[in-house]
Design a protein around this ligand. Structure first.
Ligand SMILES: Nc1nc2c(c(=O)[nH]1)N[C@H]1C(S)=C(S)[C@@H](COP(=O)(O)OP(=O)(O)OC[C@H]3O[C@@H](n4cnc5c(N)ncnc54)[C@H](O)[C@@H]3O)O[C@H]1N2
Ligand code: MOO
Ligand SMILES: [Mg+2]
Length: 408
C-alpha cells in the first residue's frame, strides 16, 4: 500500500500554476494576491488632528496653568473633510475635529477636555508640545510603499488596507472552481422520502462545505446512480465548470463500483490503496480535453471526509496559490486507550480540550464510534488523532499527535 505522504505528493503533481486575474475589491476577499500591492497615496494623506479640540501654536500655551489659563480667540471651525482651512496666525486658534486637516500655522492640537470648550474664546489650562495630537502625512504609509506582498491572503485586515490605499480592483489568483459529484444507486436527496435499502446522500454536501471552507467556488452537482454511461456523461458535462473534480463512492472492489470502472477505461486516472484508515481506496488523475484534475474519494462518509482533509485540502491550497501545508497539529494526552490496524495510519475523530497553564498539555478524547460509516462523531470532532502505521495500541495517558480540523 502507498504511504499517506507519497499519495499527497502524487496529488500535488496534478496542480498547474494558477493564473492571475484582476478582481473587484469585494470579490477578492479570501483570494491570494498575485502581485505585491504598492500604495499610490500617503497615509495619512495630510497632517490631521488625532482629537476633537483646538488647533494651536504650541508656543502660545507656554506657562498656561489652571489658575492662569491661556485665552485664545477661536477664529475658525474645521470639520473632517474641510478642503482647505485658512491659516491660523500666532495668538489665535481654531476648533478642529478628529481627522480634519491641521491648518497652516498651527503646530499642535489640544483635546477639548483640556479646555473650557469655548466657541468664541477658549481657555486652555496647560502647555503643549509642537506635534502633539497631530497625525503626520505619510506616518503610516508613504506614497509608493509596498503595503501587501504577493502571496498574501486577502482577509479582513488586507481588505481594509486595499480600500485605504484606494484600490478598486486587485490582481489575485481566483478561487479554484471545484465540482463535487457523488455516486450511488442507493442515494436519495435529503428531504425526500426514503425507500427500502436507500439512504440520504450526505457526501456531496459535506465535501462541498469542506471545499468552501478552503476558499473554493463550489458547484455541488449532487449525485448520479451506478450507471457507467450516466456517470461519464455527467462528468463530461461538468468539466466546463471545473478546475478540479471531486467524486465520492464507487472506487473499491464492488461489482457496481462505477467510478473506478468508467475512469479506468479512460486510462488517465490511477486507482490505488493508501495505508490509511479510513480512506484506503483512492483514485486521482485527469479527465477531458483540458486534462482537468480529478480526485475520486471513497464513498464511506468518514473516509471521504478524512481523505478530503489529508489529500484534497493541500491540492486546493496549491490551486489557490497557498503553501500546500498539512493541517496544523498539537501533541495531546489521550484520555482513553485506542487501537488501530497494523500497517495503516489511523485518523480517529476526537475532541481536543485546551490546556490550562503554560506547561499544561491538552487532552484528547477519541470518539467512541469510529466506523467509516459512522458519521455522527464528525459533528463534534475538532481534531483527528493520528496513530502511526506500526502502532496497534495506544494506552490512556500517552502523548499523541492530533491534527486540528479547520474552523473548529
Ligand atoms: N471487498 C472489499 N470491499 C471493500 C473494501 C475492500 O478493500 N474490499 N474496501 C472498503 C473500504 S475501506 C471502503 S472506504 C469502501 C469504499 O467504497 P466505495 O468508494 O466503493 O463506495 P461505495 O461502494 O459507493 O459506498 C461505500 C459506502 O458508502 C456509502 N455512501 C456512498 N456514497 C455516499 C453518499 N454520497 N452519501 C452517503 N453515503 C454514501 C454507501 O452507501 C456505502 O455504504 O469500500 C469498502 N469495501
Ligand atoms: O478505508 Mo475505508 O475508508 O475504511 O472505510
Ligand atoms: Mg463500493
Amino acid at each position: 500500500m502507498k504511504s499517506v505522504e507519497q499519495h499527497t505528493l502524487d496529488l500535488l503533481g496534478l496542480v498547474a500554476t494558477p493564473e492571475a486575474t484582476e478582481l473587484d475589491l469585494l470579490q477578492a476577499h479570501g483570494t491570494v494576491l498575485a502581485e505585491p500591492v504598492t500604495s499610490p497615496v500617503s497615509l495619512p494623506g495630510f497632517d490631521n488632528s488625532a482629537m476633537d479640540g483646538y488647533a494651536v501654536h504650541a508656543a502660545d500655551l507656554a506657562g498656561a496653568t489652571a489658575e492662569a489659563p491661556a485665552r485664545l480667540p477661536v477664529v475658525a471651525d474645521i470639520p473632517a473633510g474641510d478642503p482647505e482651512p485658512a491659516a491660523i496666525r500666532p495668538g489665535l486658534c481654531a476648533r478642529i475635529m478628529t481627522g480634519a486637516p491641521v491648518p497652516a500655522g498651527a503646530d499642535a492640537v489640544v483635546p477639548v477636555e483640556w479646555t473650557d470648550g469655548g466657541e468664541v474664546e477658549v481657555r486652555i489650562d496647560r502647555p503643549t508640545a509642537p506635534g502633539s495630537f497631530v497625525r503626520r502625512r505619510g506616518e503610516d504609509v508613504s506614497e509608493g510603499e509596498t503595503v501587501l506582498r504577493a502571496g498574501a491572503r486577502v482577509g479582513a485586515g488586507e481588505m481594509g488596507v486595499l480600500a485605504a490605499v484606494g484600490r478598486r480592483t486587485v490582481p489575485v489568483l481566483p478561487r479554484p472552481r471545484v465540482v463535487v459529484l457523488s455516486t450511488g444507486e442507493e442515494l436519495v436527496e435529503p428531504g425526500r422520502p426514503l425507500g427500502p435499502g436507500q439512504i440520504y446522500e450526505s457526501n456531496s454536501y459535506m465535501i462541498a462545505a469542506a471545499a468552501k471552507e478552503e476558499g473554493c467556488e463550489v458547484h455541488r452537482h449532487g449525485f448520479v446512480g451506478d450507471d457507467p454511461a450516466e456517470v461519464w456523461d455527467t462528468l463530461e458535462g461538468l468539466l466546463v465548470r471545473a478546475d478540479v473534480v471531486i467524486t465520492t463512492g464507487g472506487v473499491s472492489m464492488g461489482a457496481y463500483d462505477v467510478v473506478k470502472e468508467v475512469l479506468t477505461r479512460q486510462g488517465t486516472v490511477e486507482f490505488t490503496q493508501v495505508a490509511v484508515q479510513p480512506g484506503k481506496p483512492q483514485g486521482f488523475g485527469t479527465i477531458g480535453p483540458d486534462r482537468t484534475p480529478i480526485i475520486t474519494l471513497p464513498g464511506n462518509p468518514v473516509s471521504a471526509f478524512v481523505s478530503f482533509q489529508l489529500f484534497v485540502r493541500p491540492v486546493l491550497r496549491a490551486l489557490r496559490g497557498l503553501a500546500p501545508d498539512p493541517l496544523p497539529s498539537v501533541r495531546a494526552r489521550l484520555t482513553t486507550p485506542v487501537s488501530s490496524p497494523l500497517g495503516r495510519r489511523s485518523y480517529l475523530r476526537a475532541v481536543v480540550a485546551g490546556a490550562a497553564g503554560p506547561d499544561a498539555v491538552p487532552e484528547v478524547s477519541p470518539a467512541v464510534r469510529q466506523g467509516s460509516h459512522q458519521l455522527s462523531a464528525l459533528a463534534d470532532a475538532n481534531g483527528l488523532l493520528v496513530v502511526p502505521e506500526e502502532v496497534t495500541e495506544v494506552p490512556a495517558g500517552a502523548l499523541a499527535e492530533v491534527l486540528l480540523l479547520p474552523g473548529r
